[in-house]
Ligand binder design. Structure first.
Ligand SMILES: Cc1cc2nc3c(=O)[nH]c(=O)nc-3n(C[C@H](O)[C@H](O)[C@H](O)COP(=O)(O)OP(=O)(O)OC[C@H]3O[C@@H](n4cnc5c(N)ncnc54)[C@H](O)[C@@H]3O)c2cc1C
Length: 502
């Protein structure tokens, strides 16, 4: 195929989703001429690495940290480039003093809440059976309906939910159906529910290798044209083409465009978005969060039950408002190069590099951020992240399928479903697949099952065409999905009339 016959595709952004889309399209480079415009100076998006001061000349991954073995699409993509994660067993310390518990010891709190832990298993199964209904109900409300104590909610369920979804101050609003999935979904389950202790396993996860290098390697080895420091400023869909201008005023025209920047940026740059685009993308709520990378042992001792050589994750419940949560990591027990440095190296050994994440700056008056000794802070980075409240699953997710491909625009990114690296990768593959690129890992059952589920939910399509189970499922589900979207619109209308926050 000559160059002029190839489809000209622009991918906006090169985070996990943009890179995945670029990779899948580049595998059929006789069909596509792929450009990637990236606002930052390198690929990776929130998967970043930075050098930090102090002995050891250390480089840390300061955004994305790790994943679980079910991240099959991420793992396969890494191995295509000779990359792999490092295994790590997840050790978590929740609470402090009388409210402390872990996934590897049986504390007083766990013993005293045993009857509720047992009952929680039944509740999860009910939520899971009636998933369509519970999708719209926040976990805090469901726990109240089922009569759980404040102690169980505040010190066990909310901290656990914050751990899974990184939701901090929005934790009580997370959809109950999504919480149940974490325990009961056969493919995605991270922990088995334990009727005695709630959590009794330290499941195997993996820590990413240096993410800056990983994304630089992938982008440099695939056949796409990568433009760093080129932020898109406007996108106009006209005459069956997509006309794009960057911030310097240079423009280019493409046959198709894949947006992998966040939903807010799409609405900022997209000329005349449709009603449904404004509704769906405008319903993704973003918050300003900050991560402080530090070496303040005293701060950690004050707020967490600190087992310095064991835990990777720490969850703190605010004693004055237990629905508010903060989260920290000991990166030195997590990231492979820091672990080696901590346990094996000479003069720099013993460094514990912590990271504390403070979520939603609208609630910053309760943050403990200012208690961290400034002389021990190594890095401060702000993020704009969306939240998994039930509103996301009611008012954004059900509408994503109706946006795809309209005016030759496609939407990928973790915000289209759930905020994980794996979902971001799958979303990029899905957009590429809709343009005509084959799904890259059909031989891996779990990877392709996850891809098929995403494609069905967010694009309303099956991977294979013709008369087969998946296609029939997509046809039968279409009216049900339209009903769900209609119900969500109705709910939104009622909430607006009642003056409630949507
Ligand atoms: C601090 C943090 C830690 C996380 N940790 C984990 C973890 O440990 N495990 C896990 O599974 N998930 C984690 N996540 C979630 C998950 O990794 C992310 O959801 C996923 O990596 C996001 O990928 P993305 O491609 O959707 O978006 P992004 O990574 O945000 O990529 C979007 C890209 O678009 C670019 N862009 C924006 N505007 C423009 C424009 N106008 N023109 C051109 N380019 C533009 C951006 O620069 C960026 O590179 C974490 C997220 C954050 C923020």
């Amino acid at each position: 195929m000559s160059k002029k016959d190839k489809k000209q595709v622009l991918i906006i952004g090169s985070g996990a989703s943009g890179t995945a889309a670029a990779y899948a399209l580049s595998k059929v480079d006789d069909k596509f001429d792929v450009h990637v415009w990236e606002a930052a100076s390198q690929a990776g998006g929130v998967a970043t690495s930075e050098k930090i001061d102090g002995p050891g000349d250390l480089s840390i991954n300061d955004g994305v940290q790790g994943g679980c073995p079910t991240y099959r699409n991420t793992i396969n993509l890494m191995s295509e480039f000779g990359l792999s994660g490092s295994p790590v067993h997840m050790m978590i310390s929740f609470g402090k003093g009388p409210t402390a518990w872990t996934n590897y010891t049986r504390t007083e709190l766990v013993k005293s809440l045993q009857p509720e832990i047992k009952k929680f298993g039944r509740t999860l199964r009910i939520i899971n059976k009636l998933e369509f209904f519970f999708l719209f109900i926040p976990i805090s409300k469901v726990l109240r309906w089922f009569g759980y104590s404040e102690e169980f909610c505040n010190h066990m369920v909310f901290p656990l939910t914050a751990l899974f979804f990184g939701t901090g101050n929005q934790t009580p609003d997370v959809s109950a159906a999504i919480v149940a999935r974490v325990f009961l979904d056969d493919d995605l389950r991270l922990f088995d529910y334990d009727s005695e202790c709630l959590l009794s396993q330290s499941p195997e996860m993996f820590a990413f290798p240096n993410l800056r290098d990983m994304y630089a390697t992938i982008i440099s080895k695939i056949n796409v044209r990568f433009f760093p420091n080129r932020a898109v400023a406007s996108v106009v869909r006209q005459g069956g083409k997509v006309h794009v201008k960057d911030e310097k005023g240079d423009s280019a025209t493409f046959d198709d465009i894949i947006f992998t920047c966040n939903a807010e940026t799409v609405l900022k740059v997209l000329h005349e978005p449709s009603w449904i685009e404004r509704r769906a993308l405008g319903s993704v709520r973003f918050y300003n969060d900050v991560t402080i990378t530090h070496e303040d042992d005293d701060y950690m001792e004050r707020h967490y039950e600190l087992h310095k050589d064991i835990d990777q994750y720490f969850i703190r419940t605010d004693p004055t408002d237990p629905s508010k949560l903060e989260m920290s990591f000991n990166l030195s027990n997590y990231q492979p190069n820091l672990k080696t440095q901590k346990y094996e190296a000479g003069d720099a050994s013993g460094r514990n590099i912590y990271q504390t994440i403070f979520l939603d700056d609208a609630t910053k008056e309760i943050w403990t951020k200012d208690e961290i000794d400034p002389s021990k802070i190594r890095l401060v980075r702000w993020w704009r992240q969306f939240s998994h409240t039930w509103r996301h699953f009611a008012f954004a997710v059900p509408f994503m399928r109706y946006l795809q491909g309209k005016g030759h625009a496609w939407y990928a990114g973790s915000y289209t479903l759930i905020n994980t690296h794996e979902v971001a990768i799958v979303s990029g593959f899905a957009a590429a697949c809709r343009l005509g690129a084959p799904y890259p890992f059909p031989e891996d059952k779990l990877a392709s099952d996850q891809f098929d589920q995403y494609l069905l939910l967010i694009h309303g399509k099956a991977r294979r065409t013709g008369c087969n189970c998946a296609t029939l499922k997509s046809i039968f589900l279409a009216p049900l999905w339209a009903m769900l979207a209609g119900l969500a619109l109705f709910l939104r209308l009622i909430m607006c009339c009642m003056g409630k926050d949507v």
